[in-house]
Design a protein around this ligand. Structure first.
Ligand code: GDP
Ligand code: IMO
Ligand code: MG
Length: 427
């Protein structure tokens, strides 16, 4: 049975969490394959409203194994808080597992994230979530990271920690920051071991078992293609790859196991953090999208930048990810608009028009968006459950986007709750 990757097709916050929660019923496993607690994946279901930061969004199904994959960085302290919060609200976390190969995000990574951001000047600031993501992945690639499995081997951990702290302190000295106390770090590791050791596993046998049984696996991405380390608007990106090609590596399964790639996109566009954003609105429409769509970051509470849908970005996202289908969320947010607009091309400074591919950040900042207008529907869609129930103009909007992107849109979100989903059987 195939694995399905669920990836962000825009700048993050597309509604991946709610789509994973929707599709997870009956799945044997849900794996988060990259990122860390920079994620804020909102799920609204019978248990309440949740903002998941590190825990996969399949956690509400007790028979589904939820795995934090090797491609992730794990902050043991925030993970413990998340586990406690879920348990206190009646959600069992007995089926939550952590790959022994996932890296550990240390307190000094968080501090370094803040220090680095302070050092960046003006328009080079990234506006990170300050969760320590960049420094944790830097240590991973520098081969100075600590892995969750290291917690299970005391003598190995001691040696690794000494080396990691020495590196952190070389950096801190250069920044004029006080050195990290290795004993405090060891205490933190001891607490993490006590709290999490039983969940730390080699995921390979688990993955083989599920694949051999032909069961369904969901691979949950964090963020979206525009913040991908390679394919996003570098340097205004995160430090991992949210695109589907990394899903196999970050979850730990053979690449052939992935048969479906579901992109998630809002019916419009939002971003938190800096960098160029085509079709960004600085007017009353942008403010309306923000208020109606409650566009404030789930992790940082920052107001999200809002804009009309960027079709060029979406076509690029579909190609880079090999998307087989698209889920469109937040169609209901457009309900009150008389006119809906879409960016269908980028006019480059030399006059050329780009319709398929997103250029590098420096060039993207120079484009002029080519906009097309669509008549709005000015009707409430939040109660719609089938495609036929949607107002005609809304159906035409969705169908037009599916045609232009060249893939079906089988699910359309018309509200944040699990059941507020329009299922579109297509032609
Ligand atoms: P993620 O990071 O991709 O999981 O997305 P976030 O949870 O950060 O942001 C999506 C926001 O939109 C959350 O507040 C969701 O509750 C909300 N949301 C998701 N789908 C819909 C939808 O179809 N309609 C409305 N109105 N809200 C939605
Ligand atoms: P989910 O999974 C939206 C943005 C930050 C910044 C850049 C790098 O909920 O979609 P980082 O902390 O990763 O070093 O920040 O990426 N960013 C997000 N934007 N949703 C997220 O997660 C994000 N995680 C990071 O604002 O621009
Ligand atoms: Mg989010």
């Amino acid at each position: 049975m195939p694995a399905t990757a669920i990836v962000g097709a825009q700048f993050g916050d597309e509604g991946k969490g709610r789509i994973v929660d929707y599709l997870a019923r009956g799945a044997a496993m849900v794996v988060r394959f990259q990122g860390g607690s920079n994620a804020g994946h909102t799920v609204v279901n019978e248990f309440g409203t949740f903002k998941l930061h590190g825990i996969p969004s399949g956690i509400f199904f007790p028979d589904t194994r939820n795995v934090i994959g090797s491609g992730c960085v794990v902050n043991p302290e925030t993970l413990q808080e998340e586990i406690e919060d879920l348990e206190a609200r009646g959600v069992s976390t007995d089926n939550l597992w952590i790959s022994s190969r996932a890296h550990m995000l240390m307190p000094y990574h968080r501090e370094a994230d803040g220090l680095e951001e302070e050092m960046r000047s003006g328009d080079q600031k990234i506006g990170t979530t300050r969760q320590g993501i960049g420094p944790a992945y830097s240590d991973k690639t520098a081969r100075e990271g600590l892995r969750m499995g290291d917690l299970l081997n005391s003598s190995w951990l001691e040696v690794r920690l000494e080396s990691a702290v020495a590196r952190a302190n070389r950096y801190r000295q250069s920044m004029g920051a006080a050195p990290v106390d290795p004993d405090r770090m060891m205490d933190m590791c001891d607490r993490a071991r006590t709290a999490l050791a039983d969940r730390i596993v080699d995921t390979v046998p688990m993955m083989k078992e599920v694949l051999n049984a032909d069961s369904h696996i969901l691979l949950e991405g964090q963020l979206g293609v525009m913040r991908d380390l390679d394919w996003g608007i570098y340097p205004f990106v995160t430090s991992s790859n949210p695109t589907s090609a990394f899903a196999a590596a970050g979850a730990g399964l053979p690449i052939q196991a992935i048969r479906r790639v579901v992109g998630v996109a809002k019916a419009y566009n939002t971003a938190v953090g800096t960098g160029p954003m085509p079709a960004e609105l600085h007017d009353e429409n942008g403010a309306r999208l923000r208020e109606i769509g409650h566009e404030y970051g789930a992790t940082t509470g920052r107001p999200r930048r809002c804009g009309w849908l960027d079709l060029v970005g979406l076509r690029y996202a579909a190609w880079v990810n090999g998307m087989t289908e698209l889920c469109m969320t937040k169609l209901d947010v457009l309900d009150g608009f008389k006119t809906v607009r879409v960016c269908t091309g980028y006019r480059m400074p030399d006059g050329r028009v780009e319709r398929d591919s997103v250029p590098a950040a420096a060039d993207l900042a120079e484009i002029t968006p080519i906009m097309e207008s669509f008549p709005g529907w000015e009707e409430d869609t939040t109660g719609c459950r089938s495609f036929d129930e949607l107002p005609r103009n809304a159906r035409e909007y969705v169908t037009w986007i599916a045609d232009r992107v060249g893939i079906p849109i089988p699910y359309i979100g018309v509200g944040p709750a699990r059941e507020q989903m329009v299922v579109n059987p297509g032609d």
